[in-house]
Ligand binder design. Structure first.
Ligand code: TRP
Length: 379
């Protein structure tokens, strides 16, 4: 039998999902789901991972599990085609993590660039929680418990995949071929790798208040798009505009910037949007050309971006509204997905225990061997 193609990916439920998640991962997941190329798809709400740095705020996680589930479903993930499940409800993950801990050194974890950056950012009072420090190991368990071949994630997750593959190789080397090495599947459009916030800052983040959420209303969307960062040097419509550049602030500090409206257009707009919303241009290249030459105002660009985004978000809002009418059914979807995840996970874990030779009760040979040894000793 040809090797099965299996997807696993997920998100920490620390907030509602925004359009950065959409272009960076959700949109792709829906395409992958509908491609029919995958035998199994697991999408995980990583609540246990979210708790590694939110131990004192479980309510935040509890509230956001359902938000993320609604975001998934409204973005077009179809419970008939993929298993949506909750991480903490699959105890097999915890057990696997515990075995993997023996295969990874503290020093190796300390070198993980993602963990390093996060530690610098978060500045945990009272020291780093051990669970947080070890989350790359638990993430390796998330992926390998399902024998995932394909992990669609953003670029920031690269170090996690590298760490996972090291664990897989080490495990298979010591205990025999059991686990599958996964490949990362990165977003295909450069603008999607990391969508900046509406203020032009490097990343969309709830605490910076620069996110556009999938669940934003048309009115909220319009307000956010209208206040977006563009080109600080483009003061009059007739001035030449810049898609990126540098400017000096009032304190004389130089900043490089990207024109956020065009970054978003790169990520979202299609040629067909021009026909519908801005027929003066055939495509984004023509529009950019005019902007750079001068004569195209930011207001027009923003209006177009609003129309494009609203067009993408409207079907998502509609689906969300439907699912919101029957929240118990959404939990039921998660429960079903979790049951399926546990079934697959239990199978892998049985193989893992067997490979590690800790499947004592199923190990007939071991029992016979020990019986014989003690019988001989007592002769
Ligand atoms: N770390 C991922 C994030 O921050 C979430 C996650 C947890 C994940 N386990 C995973 C992603 C396994 C892919 C595969 O979004």
């Amino acid at each position: 039998m040809a090797k099965e193609k299996i997807i696993l990916t997920g998100d920490r439920p620390t907030g509602k999902l925004h359009i950065g998640h959409y272009v960076g991962s959700l949109r792709r997941r829906v395409e992958l789901q509908n491609s029919g190329e995958y035998d199994k798809i697991f999408i995980m709400i990583a609540d246990a991972q979210a708790l590694t740095d939110n131990a004192d705020n479980p309510e935040k996680i509890r509230q956001n599990v359902i938000e993320v589930a609604l975001d998934y479903l409204s973005a077009g993930l179809d419970p008939e085609k993929c298993n949506l499940f909750i991480q903490s409800a699959v105890p097999e993950l915890t057990e696997l993590t515990f075995y993997y801990m023996n295969l990874v050194s503290v020093q190796r974890l300390q070198r993980n660039p993602t963990v390093k950056t996060e530690l610098e950012m978060r500045k945990f009072e009272g020291g780093t929680p051990t669970g947080f420090f070890c989350y790359p190991i638990s993430q390796a368990a998330d992926i390998t418990l399902f024998k995932a071949t394909t992990v669609p994630v953003g670029e920031d997750q690269k170090p996690m995949l590298e760490q996972t593959n090291e664990i897989v190789r080490r495990f298979n080397h010591i205990y025999g071929e059991t686990l599958v090495e996964p490949s990362i599947l990165l977003p295909d459009n450069a603008a999607c790798l990391r969508l900046p916030g509406t203020d032009g800052k490097a990343k969309m983040s709830k605490s910076l208040g620069n996110c556009i959420y999938l669940s934003d209303t048309a009115k909220e969307l319009k307000k956010k798009v209208n206040s977006m960062f563009t080109d600080p040097l483009h003061l009059n419509i007739e001035d030449p505009g810049h898609l990126q550049g540098t400017y000096t602030d009032t304190e004389g500090v130089e900043h490089s910037y990207q024109n956020t409206v065009f970054v978003y257009l790169d990520a979202f707009c299609q040629d067909s949007d021009f026909e519908k919303f801005l027929p003066e241009y055939k495509n984004l290249d023509e529009m950019k050309e005019h902007y750079i030459k001068g004569g195209l105002g930011d207001g027009t660009c923003k209006k177009f971006l609003y129309n494009v985004l609203n067009d993408r978000l409207e079907p998502i809002r509609q689906r969300r509204k439907e699912y919101e009418k029957d929240i118990p059914a959404v939990y039921e979807i998660l429960k079903k997905g979790t049951e399926e995840a546990r079934k697959v996970g239990a199978q892998t874990l049985a193989e893992v225990r067997h490979a590690m030779r800790i499947d004592y009760f199923d190990d007939k040979e071991l029992i016979a061997e020990q019986a014989k040894r003690f019988a001989e000793a007592n002769k």
